[in-house]
Design a protein around this ligand. Structure first.
Ligand SMILES: [Fe+2]
Length: 409
């Protein structure tokens, strides 16, 4: 049984088993929202190795490297959608290669930002770089096809799925990402366990920038854990989030960004961590978290007090999953803080566009009405207000949310 050492951000089962090491990274993105600027565009193009900072040694020291490629790497025609269009250009490909990634997860809400044609070209380019992928495809079968890798004699199976923002989920005959279908992911885990030594799931979802995982993520990941994958490693929220070991399965609710600079001074949106999983043929025997700061010139691995402070925060945000705690207590804190401070922001942002760009406004409103992270925030928030229980959240959970939403560097 894995035991977490909160002071050092690691866990071990104490078996001393000889293991291979897999490193999983969060979002890799050079360009975002071109109109507003792209803080890492030049940095990743001009310093393709150096921008990884100390994380490059951690990556090179692993037996397998997996990254969430949260962008198209080719595409001419952006689709009409709610959020920004994330992309990489030819000038950023040396940086992608420098990370030595063998595997890219494409189950995310940006790999189709330039439509099916942009995706197809992007897929061909990353394959030409020798990077294997999973989680998206030109049809439903390809999107849901697990990836099987050999890691020093260990047969590793990978499954990814994501919130289908902007209706980008694949369907029979329709290109797209592997959408948020927990039952299907459970079936995929069951099937993959028959032929693989180790199975890891990398979901992409959750309420962006929240200190606490949402109820729908907690429920989904714990449901997946019932199939006993060897680990669940999630991303999308852009901030580092809680970890827990549930029914023997390590769950990482959010890695935060990797090589992705949001151009904000907000402290927690400028931090993330790599997960290093120690695996043998009989499963995961331990893990280490490697936290870093997302600096203007690249990543900086945290040392000393900053490192200890980071692990302290992970422990604090993981409190809802400690024995005897209410697992949704953190989420209730998120709802209370957001109701008190930004109750209608999901909709006022849309209203501004209705006169100047009604098509964009329609896409934004479509997202608010169909995307799980919006439904998963708004419905329980307004429900708890209407039932008069929005204030029934522990103070520490509300304060954590405040810290994540307001603390500056
Ligand atoms: Fe995302």
């Amino acid at each position: 049984m894995l035991k977490i050492d909160w002071d050092h951000g690691c866990a071990s089962d104490g078996s001393g088993a000889e293991c291979k090491r897999i490193v999983i990274a969060g979002d890799w993105v050079p360009c975002w929202d071109v109109q507003k600027g792209s803080p890492y565009d030049r940095v990743m193009a001009e310093r393709p190795e150096a921008c990884y900072g100390g994380t490059l040694d951690l990556l090179r020291g692993a037996d397998l490297r997996i990254v969430n490629l949260e962008c198209a790497v080719e595409g001419e025609k952006p689709v009409i959608k709610s959020g920004p269009h994330l992309c990489a250009c030819e000038r950023h490909l040396p940086c992608l290669e420098a990370g030595c990634f063998e595997v890219a997860s494409l189950a995310n809400n940006h790999v189709f930002d330039y439509g099916a044609e942009g995706f197809r070209k992007s897929r061909d380019i990353i394959e030409s770089l020798g990077i294997r992928h999973y989680g998206a495809g030109m049809d439903d079968d390809e999107a849901w096809r697990p990836l099987v890798c050999d890691v020093g004699g260990i047969r590793l199976g990978l499954i990814g799925f994501t919130e289908g923002h902007d209706l980008s989920a694949a369907a029979p005959g329709k290109p797209g990402v592997a959408g948020w279908d927990v039952a299907r992911a459970r079936a995929a885990i069951r099937e993959l366990k028959k032929s693989c030594d180790v199975v890891i799931v990398t979901p992409h979802g959750g309420i962006e920038f929240a200190a606490h995982p949402s109820k729908y993520c907690i429920d989904a990941f714990r449901e997946l854990a019932a199939e006993h994958p060897d680990a669940i490693v999630a991303h999308h929220a852009h901030v580092p989030q809680a970890i827990e070991i549930y029914d023997g399965v390590p769950i990482f609710y959010g890695l935060g960004n990797f090589l992705f600079h949001l151009g904000t001074p907000l402290h927690w949106r400028r931090h993330g961590f790599l997960v290093e999983l120690e695996i043998a043929r009989d499963g995961v025997h331990g893990f280490k978290m490697h936290p870093f700061f997302i600096g203007h010139d690249g990543l900086e691995v945290l040392e000393g007090e900053k490192r200890a402070g980071f692990f302290g925060t992970i422990r604090r945000v993981s409190r809802p999953f400690a024995p005897g705690e209410e697992p949704y207590s953190g989420f209730y804190g998120t709802l209370k803080y957001r109701w008190q401070n930004i109750p209608f922001s999901q909709f006022t942002a849309v209203a501004k566009f209705f006169e100047s760009d009604p098509v964009k406004a329609a896409a934004m409103l479509r997202s608010r009405l169909t995307t799980l992270q919006n439904i998963g925030l708004n419905v329980p928030m307004y429900d708890r207000v209407a039932r008069g229980i929005i204030d029934d959240a522990p103070d520490w959970a509300v304060e954590m949310e405040r810290e994540y939403m307001t603390r500056e560097l």
